[in-house]
Design a protein around this ligand. Structure first.
Ligand code: NDP
Length: 294
């Protein structure tokens, strides 16, 4: 089987790497893990039978995965791994990164004979645990096909174009998530101020054409309950909206609504706190309206 390395055992990486460990055990391929805070890698090894490794050891694999906050941390790791990488390795970056960074990183790694593919994922921590993530890949078709068997955490795997296209699609998906969440929050704020029961309102909207993942899942489970459980940080969603806006600007697209959404989530991250769950963006809206969405 293919040997794999996974760098970055965060909310997504930890459960994603568990599927690589399981697949490695079934196929006889070693699954190495590395994390900046090493204790998490040791816990992963005890829990799933992966191999906690140094960065240099983790670099000696067929397919090296990263899942870090932004492209900046990926570039930092490319720099640290430079002396250890072997020609023929695939570097599959599952970070929700920046398309322009992907192009630079692919060129930098190509000098070492390493193939960089952008491969961001959607489906959240639940999809990562279930191994049903959607993976959107950018890069040459034959390289995408070469890594496809290694994507043990994937449900739907789609090549969306050349290098950077995966990151562009991911950024657009997430700015749509942000827009839908904010818009549903505005709608429910209006109804709350008018004295309508929001449980009843959501029941109707979710059986009607105004529904979205935000109305069907996020608002009922995270906002009305006041729990705002942390699975995906607000700062990361604000980062994704900014990437979508960068992509729009470099494509010279006119996107007034998406630009507004990026500004609102940047404000929410400053105002509510970037480390809170993304659903807590609606706490800024609640302040704007002096009205809890509950
Ligand atoms: P987390 O904050 O939970 O994890 C971040 C990981 O990056 C940790 O392993 C952390 O290590 C590591 N890290 C941070 N800075 C550095 C650094 N300078 N050098 C090395 N390692 C570093 O993030 P998520 O797992 O939630 O998100 C990861 C990526 O996946 C992001 O791009 C996000 O947008 C995307 N994503 C997130 C989803 C979600 O639902 N959470 C869904 C889909 C995509 P340490 O443990 O030491 O802090």
């Amino acid at each position: 089987g293919l040997s794999t390395g996974f760098l970055g055992l965060g909310a997504m990486g930890y459960p994603m790497a568990a599927h690589l460990a399981r697949q490695g055990q079934a196929s006889g391929g070693a699954a190495y893990v590395w994390n900046r805070t090493a204790e998490k890698a040791e816990r992963h090894a005890r829990q799933y039978g992966s191999l906690a490794a140094s960065l240099a050891e983790a670099a000696q694999v067929d397919v090296l995965f990263t899942c870090l906050p932004t492209s900046a941390e990926v570039s930092e790791l490319i720099g640290r791994l430079r002396p250890h990488l072997r020609p023929g390795t695939f570097w599959v970056d599952c970070t929700s990164g920046h398309p322009e960074a992907a192009q630079r990183q692919r060129a930098e790694l190509a000098e070492l004979g390493v193939s960089f593919l952008d491969a961001p994922v959607s489906g959240g921590t639940g999809g990562a645990e279930a191994g049903t993530l959607t993976v959107m890949l950018g890069g040459p078709e034959e390289e995408v096909e070469a890594v496809r068997p290694a994507l043990a955490f994937g449900g739907k795997v789609v090549r969306v174009g050349e290098t950077g296209a995966g990151f562009a699609v991911k950024a657009v998906n997430n700015v749509l998530l942000a827009a839908n969440l904010w818009a549903a929050g505005e709608g429910l704020s209006v109804l709350a101020r008018r004295g309508v029961n929001l449980g009843a309102a959501l029941e109707v909207i979710n059986a009607s054409s105004g529904r979205s993942n935000a109305s069907e899942n996020l608002i009922g489970q995270r906002v009305l309950t006041r729990e705002f459980p942390l699975t995906f940080a607000l700062g990361l969603l604000a980062k994704d909206a900014d990437i979508a806006l960068d992509v729009a600007l470099s494509a010279k697209a006119s996107v007034p609504v998406l630009a507004q959404v990026a500004a609102l989530y940047r404000a929410a991250a400053h105002s509510v706190g970037a480390e809170h769950d993304h659903s807590a963006a609606l706490q800024l809206l609640e302040r704007m309206n002096a009205q809890e969405i509950t």
